[in-house]
Design a protein around this ligand. Structure first.
Ligand code: SF4
Ligand code: SF4
Ligand code: SF4
Length: 293
């Protein structure tokens, strides 16, 4: 682990918060649970090492032989296959992300929701900046960890989290609800990601790993669609190649749709809508009962 900043060093010695009370999701019962000091400390160490991991990932993604050759892609896929500890995420619409914030707010009760926002760790680690920067919304025990990591996180109320989510949607960023160890008990952040800087999203686009489709899926009405020349917004907004074009005609590939909802709100022909994905597989990580409200 490379300590890159004095603040990282400070955070290593400020350990009292490990033994405070922290909550996480119990995905099976759809309740909150107490997070013990071991889980908290393990995740805190991940938080300290995350910038280094992201820089290594970015280094790998910049090797053309890894991303552009068949054998390189196999190596990349093998590396990601054993990275089960790393955060994986479920892609969701703004409404679903807001429902998750509301769930946390209600479940935390009078203490108020544990939410914190900080500068995007990918942007900071890679020193590549693009507004909005304050978009990493940590939740539950994740908010406590990142708040104490001295990385510029501040505790926020639910309304602020929702307005950040809405602004990120307008900017064309994908909301990703992230957890470690493939377990909903380790849910800790709502990321708002792009396809240029975000390291996990770029890995997904090369390997299909690190992100899962959410509980909603887009539909496309070719009769209402006014075509690429008159609109073409879905082509610009979708980073997952679910929309392609042949001449002026948009072709929609539902099998690539991750359920972010970005193509719906800007569709000039009102040819797009979201519906419930019948084969959502991740209730054990975060229930569709939470996300769909
Ligand atoms: S995963 Fe997305 S929001 Fe999270 S740190 Fe990376 S780019 Fe930022
Ligand atoms: S088709 Fe629409 S909802 Fe599906 S991934 Fe693309 S932008 Fe998101
Ligand atoms: S955004 Fe809507 S109207 Fe525009 S090209 Fe895509 S489907 Fe057609």
């Amino acid at each position: 682990m490379r300590l890159t900043q004095f603040s990282d060093l400070v955070s290593l010695f400020s350990v009292g918060h490990i033994f405070s009370e922290h909550s996480g999701l119990n995905p099976k019962e759809i309740t909150l649970r107490k997070v013990g000091p071991i889980q908290y400390a393990v995740h805190w160490l991940y938080g300290v090492s995350e910038p280094t991991i992201l820089r290594l990932t970015d280094w790998a993604l910049s090797r053309k032989w890894l991303t552009n050759t068949k054998s390189g892609k196999l190596v990349l896929r093998a590396i990601t296959a054993v990275s089960w500890y790393f955060p994986y995420g479920i892609v969701v619409t703004t409404k679903a992300a807001v429902n998750w914030v509301d769930y946390i707010t209600n479940a935390e009760g009078p203490k108020g929701a544990r939410l914190a926002v900080g500068p995007c760790v990918c942007q900071k680690a890679l020193n590549r900046w693009k507004e909005p920067v304050m978009k990493d919304i940590t939740v539950l025990y994740g908010a406590d960890i990142y708040y104490h990591l001295n990385m510029g996180y501040e505790l926020i109320a639910a309304e602020r989290a929702k307005s950040i989510l809405e602004a990120c949607h307008q900017e064309g960023l994908v909301h990703v609800i992230e957890f470690c160890f493939q377990s909903g008990k380790w849910n800790f952040v709502i990321c708002n990601c792009d396809s240029e800087i975000c390291a996990p999203t770029r890995v997904f686009l090369h390997t299909g790993k690190f992100q899962y489709p959410g509980p909603e899926i887009a539909s496309h009405d070719p009769v209402k669609c006014i075509g690429k020349d008159n609109c073409g917004k879905c082509l610009q907004r979708c980073i997952y190649s679910a929309n392609q074009v042949s001449g002026d005609v948009i072709t929609y590939h539902a099998e690539n749709c991750m359920g972010c909802g970005l193509c719906v709100t800007t569709c000039k022909g009102e040819a797009r809508s979201m519906s419930i994905r019948k084969d959502y597989h991740h209730d054990k990580r975060i229930s569709s009962k939470i996300l769909l409200g």
